[in-house]
Design a protein around this ligand. Structure first.
Ligand code: HPA
Length: 269
């Protein structure tokens, strides 16, 4: 089904609710859907080309409504490269988002921190990324449009709005570089030492392909990384997906407050 046909199907369910921004929720962060006013949920299963429920901690619905007056389409869950080896797994959802009229995407993830001053429970504003997966969602894409400019991929105006939002609510929001590795195994301590020398601040298994696709499709991007653990070798405790979900739950209130504060600022742009 084409993105236009999917958008039509969604619009029939929502009575043509407008959509300005997409939000993609990371592992354990799907509680954000509770903030949506006048919400209409469309299960991914009704949307051909949308990902199937794969990873626990994700909510397989597209929920359309408003948060802080911003018309949003919230992806309760995402597809990860490690689930199937397809880097473009979020292409149909993002194309559909564009067809719904969105001009921006807010990507969120759970991550490991390489910075002692960004402990679990904190959020980091993503200012840039490193793609260390060895792949791209645009491999095989014909034509010159595939040569996407990735300077300011994380939109400076949206970054500024996020900064102001964090300030408004008094939540510290450090900024840094997110690195994408394929996973699903967590990193080795040697890999983390390597990433540190490269300038990585947080590490995870998502987000980057979606930002590449958003830029390819001409949508602005902004990203928040929710730290659920110190990266491999940096703390005495083992890294587990259970821990990711537990810390995501513990930081849910602050994470949601931050997204709301960002959207409030976004509304004023
Ligand atoms: N590494 C990769 N992905 C992650 C991590 C991590 O330490 N924590 C949560 N997602």
């Amino acid at each position: 089904m084409s993105a236009e046909a999917l958008a039509k199907l969604i619009n029939e369910r929502t009575n043509d609710k407008p959509v300005d921004m997409g939000l993609i929720l990371g592992s354990g962060l799907s509680g954000l859907v509770d903030l949506i006013k006048d919400a209409v949920a469309v299960p991914y299963d009704d949307l051909p080309g949308f990902p199937h429920a794969g990873v626990s901690g994700h909510n397989p619905n597209l929920v359309i409504g408003t948060i802080e007056g911003v018309n949003v389409a919230v992806f309760g869950g995402r597809s990860h490269y490690y689930e199937h080896g397809k880097a473009d797994a979020m292409r149909v959802p993002l194309e559909t988002l564009k067809a719904l009229g969105a001009s921006a995407v807010c990507v969120t993830n759970s991550s490991g921190s390489l910075r002692e001053d960004i402990p679990p429970g904190w959020q980091m504003l993503i200012t840039d990324h490193i793609n260390l997966s060895g792949t791209s969602p645009l491999i095989g894409e014909p034509g010159d449009a595939r040569f996407v400019d990735m300077v300011d991929a994380y939109d400076p105006e949206l970054i500024a709005a996020a900064r102001r939002g964090a300030e408004d609510i008094g939540v510290p929001l450090p900024e840094g570089v997110y690195t994408w590795l394929s996973g699903p195994a967590f990193e080795t301590p040697a890999e983390i030492r390597m990433l540190k020398t490269m300038g990585t601040d947080t590490v995870g298994m998502s987000t980057v392909p979606e930002v590449i696709l958003a830029r390819f499709l001409g949508m602005k991007a902004v990203g928040f990384s929710n730290v659920t653990n110190m990266a491999a070798g940096m703390s005495a405790t083992a890294i587990t997906h259970k821990q990711t979900k537990e810390w995501a739950a513990k930081s849910a209130d602050q994470f949601q407050a931050l997204i709301k504060a960002f959207l409030k600022q976004y509304k004023q742009l």
